[in-house]
Design a protein around this ligand. Structure first.
Ligand code: DOR
Ligand code: ZN
Length: 347
C-alpha cells in the first residue's frame, strides 16, 4: 500500500557547499529539497570575516539555478585572530547566524582552527552576550586519544568546562555520533542543541571496515559502534527539541575519496529526505520527522519555521537515486544506504 506524509519544508542545519565548480554542481541537490542551510565555512582559505561571508553568500546565490529558492545561512570560521567586533557586526546585520569552532587539526581544512580556547574567549563572551550560536566540531585532536573516543573526551574536557565558564553561550554540538553526545545534549537546557546526520542514523563502524574498506562511508566524526547508532536513532526520533537535522553532506570528488589518504565526508544531499522517511518509519516515528527536519532547528536558531511544505511518498517499488553527481570538478558519489528505499520526495 502506498503511504505519504506532508511536512513543513525542511532545513539543513549543517552543510558543506564548497566553492567554484563543486558549489555549482552540488547546490541544486540541496536547494531542491531544503529551504535554508547553515553553510560551513571550511573553504580554502576559510571564511573568517564578515566581508568574506558576504562574498561567499553572493557566490552561493549566483550559483543557484533560476527558479530555485534557497537561503544560505552563513557562518564564520573561528580563528585565534577573530575580531569580536567583526563577529558582532556580521551578526547584527543578519548575515551571519553562527560561528564554527574547529579544533585545529580535527578535520578537513581545520588547520586554521583553535589550539587554545583561552585565546578566543573574548569572541565567545561577545557571542554569549548577543546570543549568537557557536557550532562545535566536538572532537579532541590529542594524538593519544583513540579516534573512537574523541567525541566523548571533547565533551568532558572541552565542552562541559566551557559551558560551566560561559553558561549563556548558545552551543550546537554538531554531528553527534555517540551515546555520550546524546546524553549530554539531553541535559543541556535551552542553550544547547545537537545536530544529527542522516548517515550516522544508518551506518555503524562495521559498514566502513567489514568486507573491505568503504571510503564513501568514511567521515568525521567517524561512525561508531552499533549501540551508538541506536542511541542516535532514539534521539532523532524522540521529538526532543534539542536534536535536529544537520546532514553534514560533504562532497569530495571520487578521486580524493578513493585514495590512499581519502578525504572524510559522506555526500547525502541528494537522498537525505527519502532516507530519513525510511529511518523514521522503521522507528515507528514518521509523525516526528517534521520536528527533527523542519521545526526544532528554527526554534533553536530563533528563526521562523518555513512556510512551504514537502510531500514524501512511499511507493510499492524501490526508488532509484543517482549513484553519482557529475560536477565540473569531477564525480561525487551519492551516499548508498545499502538497503532498498521506497520513499521519494514529490513536488
Ligand atoms: O566528514 C566530514 N567532512 N567531517 C567534517 O568535519 C568535515 C567534512 C568536510 O568538510 O569534508
Ligand atoms: Zn561538517
Amino acid at each position: 500500500m502506498s503511504k505519504e506524509i506532508t511536512i513543513t519544508r525542511p532545513d539543513d542545519w549543517h552543510l558543506h557547499l564548497r566553492d567554484g565548480a563543486m558549489l555549482q554542481g552540488v547546490l541544486p541537490e540541496t536547494a531542491r529539497h531544503f529551504a535554508r542551510a547553515i553553510i560551513m565555512p571550511n573553504l580554502v582559505p576559510p571564511v573568517v570575516t564578515g566581508d568574506q561571508a558576504a562574498a561567499y553568500r553572493d557566490r552561493i546565490l549566483a550559483a543557484l539555478p533560476k527558479g530555485m529558492a534557497f537561503e544560505p545561512l552563513m557562518t564564520l570560521y573561528l580563528t585565534e585572530g577573530t575580531d569580536p567586533a567583526d563577529v558582532a557586526a556580521a551578526a547584527a546585520s543578519g548575515l551571519v547566524k553562527a560561528v564554527k569552532l574547529y579544533p585545529a587539526g580535527a578535520t578537513t581544512n581545520s588547520h586554521s582552527g583553535v589550539r587554545d580556547l583561552d585565546k578566543v574567549m573574548p569572541v565567545l563572551e561577545k557571542m554569549a552576550e548577543i546570543g549568537l550560536p557557536l557550532c562545535t566540531h566536538g572532537e579532541v585532536t590529542t594524538p593519544e586519544v583513540d579516534i573512537f573516543d574523541r567525541e566523548a573526551v571533547f565533551i568532558d574536557t572541552v565542552l562541559a568546562p566551557l559551558r560551566r565558564r560561559l553558561p549563556e553561550l548558545r552551543v550546537v554540538m554538531e554531528h553527534i555520533t555517540t551515546e555520550e553526545g546524546v546524553a549530554y545534549a539531553a541535559e543541556g537546557g535551552p542553550n544547547l542543541g545537537a545536530t544529527i546526520t542522516t548517515h550516522h542514523l544508518i551506518i555503524n563502524r562495521n559498514h566502513i571496515l567489514v568486507g573491505g574498506i568503504k571510503p564513501h562511508y568514511y567521515c568525521l566524526p567517524v561512525a561508531k559502534r552499533e549501540r551508538h547508532r541506536q542511541a542516535l536513532r532514539r534521539a532523532a526520533t524522540s521529538g526532543n527539541p534539542a536534536y535536529f537535522l544537520g546532514t553534514d553532506s560533504a562532497p569530495h570528488v571520487d578521486a580524493l575519496k578513493e585514495h590512499a589518504c581519502g578525504c572524510a565526508g559522506c555526500f547525502t544531499a541528494t537522498n537525505t529526505m527519502a532516507l530519513l522517511a525510511h529511518v523514521f518509519e522503521e522507528e515507528n516515528a514518521l509523525d516526528r520527522l517534521e520536528s527533527f527536519a523542519s521545526l526544532n532547528g528554527p526554534t533553536f536558531y530563533r528563526l521562523p519555521v518555513n512556510s512551504g511544505q514537502m510531500r514524501l511518498v512511499k511507493h510499492e517499488q524501490p526508488q532509484v537515486f543517482p549513484a553519482k553527481i557529475f560536477t565540473e570538478a569531477g564525480p561525487v558519489t551519492v551516499f548508498d544506504p545499502g538497503f532498498a528505499v521506497q520513499w521519494s520526495v514529490e513536488a
